[in-house]
Design a protein around this ligand. Structure first.
Ligand code: DX5
Ligand code: ZN
Length: 226
């Protein structure tokens, strides 16, 4: 299980997005987490396919991990795929026909992920675990960066890791919200491997150094994993 850092551009300076994103990748980030919000599914509006497309042009080899916090995601999946998204994840809570939506993402050549809000139990996605590339556990209520880590996410990560093992599946486990130096150890020990971090990377100080330190702390924690 390889630990990877996914800097969330939500906390970057959008007036210099390309430079900030590059700095985070220089610091060891291997995925760029792109938070898409529509002002309906979550109480905030962020970016659409145009920005994903600009990032794709500026960073041709970056893995763009697009996290759709929107209603009716099926309507936008083709546009994000066209814009250059590598991975697309959708919320279980936003998908009436989740199985179909996962297939749709796959059919557009992107790696499908499913996301669980803090109040959604893991078992709501049991039936798609064998179809998805990653399961994203929200450890804050989606909508904003800089919120406090919800510790109940740790048990969900453990449950997912156990399910993966017992079912012989290979989906990856991602966590999003409040990932920082003081939480990353417990998160990694619970079994998460893809670590989304916004304010801990872009919030203050040097972006490259922040990413480096967070990744080092995460890797160190793997040594104390049960
Ligand atoms: C929140 C977003 C997150 C956000 C995390 O709805 O999905 O990706 O950027 O921000 P931090 O790392 O600051 O909690
Ligand atoms: Zn996110």
């Amino acid at each position: 299980m390889t630990i990877e850092l996914a800097p969330s551009i939500l906390s970057a300076n959008f007036a210099r997005l390309g430079e900030d994103a590059k700095a985070a990748l220089d610091g060891g980030g291997t995925l760029l987490h792109v938070d898409v919000m529509d002002g309906h599914f979550v109480p905030n509006i962020t970016i659409g396919p145009l920005v994903a497309s600009s990032l794709r042009k500026t960073l041709p080899s970056a893995i763009l991990d697009c996290h759709l916090m929107i209603e009716n995601p099926d309507d936008y999946i083709p546009a994000f795929a066209e814009a250059g998204a590598s991975w697309i994840s959708v919320h279980q809570e936003a998908c009436v026909h989740l199985h179909r939506t996962v297939q749709l993402i796959h059919s557009h050549g992107c790696k499908p992920g499913v996301v669980l809000n803090p109040a959604t139990p893991v078992h709501m996605v049991d039936e798609v675990l064998e179809m998805v590339h990653h399961v994203l556990v929200m450890s804050v209520n989606p909508g904003f960066g800089g919120q406090k880590f919800i510790r109940g996410a740790l048990q969900k990560i453990k449950t997912l890791a156990e399910l993966r093992e017992s079912l012989g599946l290979s989906f990856r486990i991602e966590v999003d919200g409040g990932v920082a130096l003081d939480t990353v150890g417990d998160i990694v020990r619970a079994g998460a491997e893809l670590l989304v971090a916004g304010s801990a990377v872009f919030g203050k100080g040097d972006i490259r150094e922040n990413a480096k330190k967070l990744l080092a702390a995460a890797r160190a924690a793997t040594l104390t994993r049960a």
